[in-house]
Design a binder for this molecule. Structure first.
Ligand SMILES: NC(=O)c1ccc[n+]([C@@H]2O[C@H](COP(=O)([O-])OP(=O)(O)OC[C@H]3O[C@@H](n4cnc5c(N)ncnc54)[C@H](O)[C@@H]3O)[C@@H](O)[C@H]2O)c1
Ligand SMILES: O=C(O)C(=O)C[C@]1(C(=O)O)C=C[C@@H](O)C=C1
Length: 362
């Protein structure tokens, strides 16, 4: 099976790493930039790398378009002029879905199927250097097939994407853009605006920068994202964002009003409602931060206990992907969450922990 990836950056590179080395799969990476192609080879991210679009596309069973949103239509047009393998599935990873769906409808794609896609995982970093095989683990991966897409083609793509360990979800393209506008595009815009506001204050007093602690850093990490990738996303989802920004103005106005009226109860209510909603967000949405393979154990509050557990797991070659103390108060047992990368380690940990005197909960 030949899988071709156009644009082997953060997302394309992460997909390549999920597929590369799997039995029967050859991963081909394409870039229009010769220096990028060399990087793909040096980093062993793909099996074959090329600047030739024809070489990359011909005979491919799957084609992933992982270039900026503003370039997707032109790639689809170019592919429609080529002779592709019959049954080939073309998909993309763009952060907006309505415009590429409309473009696919208008494009004469013969004997091949287009299915829009968007993995809901990423990072503020970019380029193949930032690619990771576990980027999509436990994240949602949206697919937006139109009515003309056969179940067979959809299932073939969904099956291939099992290699990402993401959870596949089918969404209408327009609905996707409304929702993702609110939970991804608007937050990026707000983060950038907030950083720029503080940047201006900082020009006269660099203490702003020095004192910026957890709160500012937590809410602004994504302001470091690639400007050109985000230019394309925001312009492409302009109509949705203009509406969302109006609603955002409403939120700002409401806080102005609350503060002017010194309405303490109003502030408490805003925080309480927000906190209640936020704590309901499913943990797996955090992508690579959390694992599906968690085991919980009660641990006594004694020195060295965590070290002992980690050592025992290590001695049994059980690889921890994360470890977290969920609650720890004096004289009260804490709850330790142990996360594993795969089901096999997860099962073995559940067998081992009781032999060490811990009851394992999943
Ligand atoms: N960054 C994220 O968190 C994230 C998450 C999900 C989906 N996406 C989407 O994935 C796609 C790729 O984003 P990324 O974060 O991997 O970016 P990236 O910058 O890491 O990779 C972009 C790739 O496209 C290539 N490219 C850049 N400009 C090009 C041009 N003018 N013509 C042809 N190729 C060009 C680059 O060489 C690179 O290989 C975008 O459509 C983005 O919306 C991004
Ligand atoms: O975690 C991040 O840094 C991201 O920005 C990832 C994120 C998001 O907003 O959640 C960004 C763009 C995508 O299209 C999908 C995911």
């Amino acid at each position: 099976m030949k899988i071709t990836i156009f644009g082997v950056g953060l997302i394309g590179g992460s997909l390549a790493l999920c597929f590369k080395g799997k039995p029967g799969i050859t991963v081909v990476g394409h870039s229009i930039f010769p220096e990028e192609v060399q990087k793909y080879i040096d980093r062993h991210v793909v099996d074959i790398a090329t600047t030739s679009m024809e070489e990359a596309a011909s005979d491919a069973d799957f084609i992933f378009l992982c270039v900026p949103v503003g370039k997707l239509a032109s790639y689809l047009q170019q592919l429609s002029q080529m002779t592709l393998k019959e049954g080939c599935i073309i998909t993309d990873v763009g952060s907006t879905k309505a415009s590429i769906a409309a473009c696919a409808k208008q494009t004469d794609l013969q004997n091949v199927t287009f299915i829009g896609g968007h993995p809901m995982a990423g990072s503020e970093r970019s380029g193949v250097e930032a690619a990771s095989s576990i980027l999509f683990e436990n994240a949602y991966y949206v697919l937006t097939p139109e009515e003309n897409v056969s179940e067979e083609a959809y299932t073939r793509l969904a099956d291939l994407l099992q290699h990402t360990r993401a959870q596949i979800v089918r969404v209408d393209p327009k609905q996707h853009d409304d929702i993702v506008g609110a939970i991804s595009h608007l937050p990026h815009l707000i983060a950038v605006a907030l950083v720029n506001q503080v940047r201006q204050y900082n020009e006269n007093n660099t203490l702003y920068q020095s004192l910026a602690a957890g709160g500012f850093r937590d809410i602004t990490r994504i302001a470091n994202s690639d400007p050109y990738i985000w230019r394309d996303i925001l312009l492409n989802n302009k109509d949705v964002l203009l509406k969302l920004l109006q609603d955002w103005n409403g939120q700002v106005e409401s806080f102005i009003d609350i503060l002017k009226r010194e309405d303490g109860e109003g502030i408490v209510q805003e925080f309480s409602q927000a906190g209640a909603f936020r704590s309901q967000l499913p943990e797996r949405r955090k992508g690579m931060i959390t694992s599906l393979y968690d085991v919980y154990i009660n641990v006594p509050d004694t020195p060295g206990i965590i070290g002992r557990i980690a050592t025992e797991l290590g001695n049994h070659e059980l690889n921890l992907s994360n470890l977290q103390i969920i609650e720890s108060r004096e004289d009260v047992p804490g709850v330790l969450r142990l996360s594993f990368r795969n089901e096999k380690d997860w099962d073995r940990a559940q067998q081992l922990l009781p032999t060490l005197g811990f009851t394992a909960y999943v």
